[in-house]
Ligand binder design. Structure first.
Ligand code: PBG
Length: 332
C-alpha cells in the first residue's frame, strides 16, 4: 500500500501558518547589550571596526542604557577601560573603578536594567593578558591561582557597587568556586554567576580588543582559552563550572560554535547564554555596508539560529537593532 506524499509545505503557505508552527522565538527579553565604559564626561568614541558601537563615559552609558530600556532591552553587560593599567590590573577591584562608577550611576538612573559585569583583567593589565604573569621570557604565562584570588576580589568589589550578575570570562581553572565562596562570605549569596564556561581562543574577538583596548602586548591567549578544535573539552569545562556553583553557562563565540551550544543544551539544565561576538557583528556590518548581504535579515537569522541551537539569552552588539525590528513586527 502506498501513502500520499507528505507535504511539509502545507504549513508554509502564509505568514500566519508559519508563525503557528514556529519552534523558536526571538524576544528583546533574551538580548543583552554590551557597553564599553571609559573615563571622562560626554564621551562617545566610535569603535572603527564595530559600526554603531562606542566607548562611552558613565553619563553617556546611562543615557544609552535608558534609551535601550525604552526599546525593550532589559539586560546589559559592562566592560571597563580604566584610567590606569598596571601589572596586575588593580583598577579592576577599586571601589572607585570605572565599572563600579557606572554600576552606581545605572543603579540609581536606570533601576530596572539588569547589570551583568565581565570579570577579567585583560582591559586592566599593562600587558593585556587576563591575569597576573609568572615566569621569565618564553616561559611567561598567566598564574592561575594568583589570578583566581584577584578575580574573587574584583567580583566582590563589583557586587558591592551593584552588579546583578557576575560573569567571569578569564578561563582560569577553579575561578567559579573561588568567586562563589568570596561572594557568599561577603554576604552576596543572591548574586548569580554566569560562567563563560566554553570560551574559545578566537580570532573573532579582534574588533572587541580595539573597543576594549585589551590586545595582549605579546603572545596570545591560547594557554588559557580553549582550542577551537575541542568539543568534548567544552563539556568538561561546563561540568566543572556547574560543580563549582555556576548558575548559568555561556558559549563564546556563538555562530561558529553552535554545535557546542547544542551539546551543552542537551547536557545541562542551567540557563544557557551565547556571546555573538565582535567579529561576528563586524562581518555582518561590513558585508551589509557593501550591499553584499541584507544586514537586518542576516543579523536576525543569526540570532534565531543561536536560539534554535539552545541559547536562552544572547549577548549581541545588535541587541538594540534587533529589539527595534521585533517591535516593528519582524518575524525572521
Ligand atoms: C575578556 C573578554 C573578551 C571578550 C569578552 N570578554 C576578549 C578576549 O578574550 O580577548 C570578547 C567579546 C567580543 O569579541 O565581542 N575580558
Amino acid at each position: 500500500m502506498s501513502f500520499p506524499a507528505t507535504r511539509l509545505r502545507r504549513f508554509r503557505k502564509n505568514p500566519t501558518l508559519r508563525l503557528l508552527v514556529r519552534e523558536t522565538h526571538l524576544s528583546a527579553d533574551d538580548l543583552v547589550l554590551p557597553f564599553f565604559v571609559c573615563p571622562g564626561e560626554g564621551i562617545a568614541k566610535a569603535v572603527g571596526s564595530m559600526p554603531g558601537v562606542f566607548q562611552q563615559s558613565v553619563d553617556r552609558v546611562v543615557e544609552t542604557a535608558r534609551e535601550a530600556y525604552a526599546e525593550g532591552i532589559r539586560a546589559i553587560i559592562l566592560f571597563g577601560l580604566p584610567e590606569h593599567k598596571d601589572e596586575v590590573g588593580s583598577a579592576a577591584w577599586s571601589p572607585d573603578g570605572i565599572v563600579q562608577r557606572a554600576l552606581r550611576a545605572l543603579g540609581s538612573e536606570v533601576p530596572g536594567m539588569i547589570k551583568i559585569v565581565d570579570v577579567c583583567f585583560c582591559e586592566y593589565t599593562s600587558h593585556g593578558h587576563c591575569g597576573v604573569l609568572t615566569g621569565l621570557g618564553e616561559n611567561t604565562t598567566v598564574d592561575n591561582d594568583a589570578t583566581v584570588a584577584n578575580l574573587a576580589r574584583q567580583s566582590v568589589s563589583l557586587a558591592e557597587a551593584g552588579a546583578d550578575i557576575i560573569a567571569p570570562s578569564d578561563m582560569m581553572d577553579g575561578r567559579v568556586g573561588a568567586i562563589r565562596t568570596a561572594l557568599d562570605s561577603a554576604g552576596f549569596t543572591d548574586i548569580p554567576i554566569l560562567s563563560y564556561a566554553a570560551k574559545f581562543a578566537s580570532g573573532f574577538y579582534g574588533p572587541f580588543r580595539e573597543a576594549a583596548e585589551s590586545t595582549p602586548a605579546f603572545g596570545d591567549r591560547r594557554s588559557y582559552q580553549m582550542d577551537a578544535a575541542n568539543g568534548r573539552e567544552a563539556l568538561r569545562e561546563a561540568a566543572l563550572d556547574v560543580e563549582e556553583g555556576a548558575d548559568m553557562l555561556m558559549v563564546k563565540p556563538a555562530l561558529p560554535y553552535l554545535d557546542i551550544l547544542a551539546k551543552m543544551r542537551e547536557r545541562f539544565d542551567l540557563p544557557l547564554a551565547a556571546y555573538h561576538v565582535s567579529g561576528e557583528y563586524a562581518m555582518l556590518k561590513a558585508a551589509g555596508e557593501r550591499g553584499w548581504i541584507d544586514y537586518n535579515r542576516v543579523m536576525m537569522e543569526s540570532l534565531i539560529a543561536i536560539r534554535r541551537a539552545g541559547a536562552d539569552l544572547i549577548i549581541t552588539y545588535a541587541a538594540r537593532e534587533a529589539a527595534r525590528l521585533l517591535a516593528e513586527g519582524w518575524s525572521e
